[in-house]
Ligand binder design. Sequence first.
Ligand code: NDP
Length: 336
Amino acid sequence: STRIVLASRPSGTPTAANFRLEQEPVRDLAEGEVLLEILYLSLDPYMRGRMDDAKSYAKPVDIGGVMEGGTVARIARSRNTAFNPGDIVLSHSGWQSHAISDGTALRKLDPEAAPITTALGILGMTGFTAYAGLRNIGKPKAGETLVVAAASGAVGSAVGQMAKIFGARVVGIAGGPEKCDYIRKKLGFDAAIDHHSSDFPAQLADACPKGIDVYFENVGGHVWSAVFPLLNDFARVPVCGLIAHYNEGPSASSGQDQLPTAMRAILRKSLTIRGFIQREFTDQRPDFYREAGTWISDGRLKYKEDIVDGLENAPEAFLGLLEGRNFGKLIVRVAS
Ligand code: NDP
């Protein structure tokens, strides 16, 4: 089998040299085990955090360890009565072509119900992140203005469309004209702003004449700086991700101490700023599958997948994700 391991820890922006491709024979199965042939691997921004040896909500990948990741796999061989060869499952097998499992962490997928790649995106972790952040923290109401960053991406595109379903006016922030066109014309966002434009803060203010009631934070950095002054009284900010900062060390700060200014605004405007990791809301998964399934079949929730061929291309694709080179949910086709 083929696998990609963490060769070294990056300092700052990772490079291809931080990864190494290895071959290893597949061992025999013990009673109760199954052999998984990985078909698709999800690439996600959180993987950058796992490359650092810093305290976080999850353990780092060890040097020499297989890079972590969500996968869709086919049962190739089985010594477990719950699984038959040919079954398709969701697993967390990481960046490799084959894996052995005792079956406990596998979820069977029905390939008739939805394309199996959706279990990594719109009907999986990223779709659920959008749902959980909106339902528990953002709580957009009809007529309110919601702004979402990384708006053409896996989480952001779902956030904007769900907020439209809840009746909000939705403004998306994305990188470049192609992504902006997509969220406005294909996904029905009310406005789309390119954060690479030189007058991006002014454009955002123009697109939000009544201020911002919900800001779904995926990015941080210059995007957050443009949004923050536009927040209305009682605005809610689900802090989902800060991708603009993932290549900085844990103690990095951008010059002048902005915390007193932020704290004054939080008090004066009665803001709710609340970080979350989607796992915290796992008990809402059944509601999510039911509701998102209906929205997809109604045509109200669309999705775009950016599929890259070949496990050996995973490092390059992952580096691109951190720079906005993906367009939609980034997935690697490991085998077909
Ligand atoms: P995306 O599919 O949105 O891909 C990442 C996008 O981020 C890029 O395409 C790019 O879009 C944008 N981006 C990257 N760097 C920058 C930058 N420096 N400034 C501005 N934009 C940037 O990824 P996901 O939808 O999977 O993830 C979105 C966010 O949600 C991430 O921060 C991720 O960590 C977080 N997340 C959090 C979870 C949780 O439980 N809290 C779970 C899942 C994801 P563009 O070209 O438009 O700038």
